[in-house]
Design a protein. Structure first.
Length: 310
């Protein structure tokens, strides 16, 4: 592969996600949990701008706490760029600028969106011409949520969440996201789930290797009926997140009192996703929560995955 970049600058936008459903199996010997989840990409985005450079670097800015984002190889976007360079035998570098809007450590896959955007941006910047399947393969090596951030829309994830199958979702679903200044560590929330299950005897010692998404969840998405979907929202990590952050339960109750159909902790939290019946009710819920001193955002889904902006 030539070290000469084909263009000087590429701008890619990738969405954050919520987990409409998240079922978590027991922890296996490799430390991972079997998952069955339904992702939905929503209209809260990360922007990654890749510029030609001799070495690898990353800068971060945005409306969220950018100071909490690492600027070294712990950064998923940096790791994505280096992984692509190694796979393509590319000997140059890239300067990545990340403009963050998705909460840091908020359970919405912001870091994964950065990684997906970096893969797409560097592929275009360097002219590597990797196929979508090859980019998906690399994304799966970076983390379970990265492949979904590439594709967007609505999808069922199994295995570790990286084995994706598109799910038909008709129409538009309106959500109010209640964010938090203090993030939650995903590994810590999974550890808490394991502890709670040990105390409660909730799972056998030999958990299944795979789980299934309940049919009513898929039927609700296919119908485009927000009321039907609200009745199917579920997150196995929610109890663990609430154990660490009891205020999340009150946030869900407050949102429902304000007019939301139902609420759920997004992924490992602490972002709360409140499903509303239509854009007008979502606006009313957002306003009520903001008046109560909460940081609330009105978003919708599904939206496309990582895309180059021109």
């Amino acid at each position: 592969m030539s070290s000469a970049a084909s263009v000087e600058r590429v701008h890619v936008r990738a969405p954050g996600k919520i987990n409409v459903f998240l079922g978590v199996g027991g922890r296996h010997d490799d430390g991972y949990h079997a998952l069955a989840t339904v992702f939905q990409a929503v209209s809260l985005y990360e922007d990654v701008i890749a510029r030609a450079a001799d070495d690898f670097s990353v800068t971060v800015r945005g409306a969220v706490d950018a100071d909490a984002v690492p600027l070294d190889d712990r950064n998923l976007a940096m790791r994505a760029a280096k992984l692509l360079a190694a796979a393509a035998d590319y000997h140059g570098g890239v300067a990545l600028e990340i403009r963050k809007s998705v909460p840091v450590a908020g359970g919405m896959g912001g870091g994964s969106a950065d990684a997906a955007a970096a893969l797409v941006a560097c592929d275009a910047l360097w002219g590597t011409g990797f196929s979508p399947a090859r980019l998906h393969e690399l994304a799966a090596r970076l983390g379970a949520d990265v492949p979904f951030a590439l594709h967007g829309g609505t999808a069922v994830g199994t295995g570790r969440g990286d084995q994706l199958n598109p799910a038909l979702a008709r129409g538009r679903f309106d959500w109010v996201l209640v964010t938090s200044d203090e993030g939650l560590s995903t590994p810590v929330v999974y550890e808490q789930l394991d502890l709670l299950r040990e105390e409660q005897g909730a799972l056998a010692d030999d958990p299944p290797l795979s789980l299934d998404v309940p049919i009513p969840v898929l039927q609700a998405l296919r119908s485009g009926d927000a009321v039907q979907l609200a009745a199917s929202l579920h997150n196995d990590l929610q109890a663990a997140a609430v154990h660490r952050r009891p205020d999340l339960e009150e946030t869900i109750r407050r949102g429902i009192r304000a007019g939301a159909l139902h609420g759920i902790v997004s992924g490992s939290g602490p972002t709360v996703a409140l499903l509303c019946g239509d854009p007008e009710s979502a606006q009313a819920v957002q306003t009520a929560l903001q008046q109560a001193g909460r940081e609330a955002l009105h978003v919708h889904g599904p939206v496309p995955g990582a895309r180059i902006l021109v």
